[in-house]
Design a protein around this ligand. Sequence first.
Ligand code: SF4
Length: 367
Amino acid sequence: LGMPSVPTKLADRRVSRKIQVGSVAVGGDAPVSVQSMTTTRTSDVGATLQQIAELTASGCQIVRVACPTQDDADALATIARKSQIPVIADIHFQPKYVFAAIDAGCAAVRVNPGNIKQFDDKVKEIAKAASATGTPIRIGVNAGSLDARLLKKYGKATPEALVESALWEASLFEEHGFGDIKISVKHNDPVVMVNAYRQLAARSDYPLHLGVTEAGPAFQGTIKSAVAFGALLSEGIGDTIRVSLSAPPVEEVKVGLQILEALNLKQRRLEIVSCPSCGRAQVDVYKLADQVAAGLDGLEVPLRVAVMGCVVNGPGEAREADLGVASGNGKGQIFVKGEVIKTVPESKIVETLIEEAMKIAAGMEEE
Ligand code: SF4
C-alpha cells in the first residue's frame, strides 16, 4: 500500500503576466519571491551594499532602496552594479530620479500613484525610457499616500479606492503601450489589504507584490503579514512578497521565507517539529528545541527534526521526521528515518541530534 497522497499546495496560481526584475522573474509560473528594503542612506554606498550582502545571505531575492535625494540617485549605478540581487529604486516625488534610476541600471523602479499627477506630462517619457531598457515599473499604492481625488471620492483608503488608484495609474502607462508593470495595494489592515488584492487579482493580470504596510513591530507585523499573505497565497494570489517590520530587514526576509515554506511555495529547509510541552513532559522541551534550532541554524538542506517531550506523541512524530528525539526518564531515544538508533542520557540529546543531523545533511548534499 502506498502512502495516502497529501496535497502539496493549496491552490493553483492565478494566471498573471510575467515580468523580469533583473535576474528574477515575477509573475506567471515564476516562484513567489521574497524581497526587502534597505534602511541605510542609499547615498552611503558602502553601508547599503553591506546591508544588501546581508540580505542576500539571508535569502532575499530582490532589494529595494529609497531614493529621496540627488545624492541617493547618484549612488544607484554603483549599487545596482555591485549588488548580487536585483535592485529596485523607490521613488516618490521626483520624476528626474526615475530617469536616473533607469539610466543607473536598476532592475525596476517603484513609483507612487499618490504623486502621479506631478508625473502627468512625464508618464510618456518614463514609459519610453523604461521600454528602451526593459525596466519594469512597480506601481506602489499605499493607503497612507492615496491620491487626494480618490480619498475624497471614497472617504478613506477602502479596497475599492486602492484598486481604482492602481488601475488608473497602470492605464496611464498602458496608454503609451507600456505594460511591464507589477502592482501593490498596501494597507496596514490585513482585512482591507486582502480584499484589495482579491479585487485587483480579479480585474487584471498584473503580477502582484504583496505587502501589509506599516505592519508594526516584529511580533505583530509577523502575524499580520503571515495571516494576510497566507489568505492570498492560499488562493493563488501573489507573485512576490515583502514583509514590513519595524525591525532589521533581515528579519523581514526570514519571516517572508518562513511564510512561503509554510505554504509549500518554497522548499522547506530546516524544520523543527517540537511539541508545546505539557504536564507529561519529562525534559525541558523549550530549551531542547532552542538549543537544537541554534545548533542547526544556517543548515540549508530540507531536514525535519522532531523534538518531543515525552513518549505519548514522541515516537510517532520522531519517526515521521528525518531525525528526532522522544524523551523520557532522563533519556532520549534518538530516531533516524524512523529507526531508534540509540538511547542517550538527557545531557547528550542536543549534541547527538546535531551530530546526526550533520551526517544526514552531508548525505543530502552529496545526492
Ligand atoms: Fe506533552 Fe508529550 Fe505531547 Fe510534548 S509530546 S505535548 S510532552 S504529551
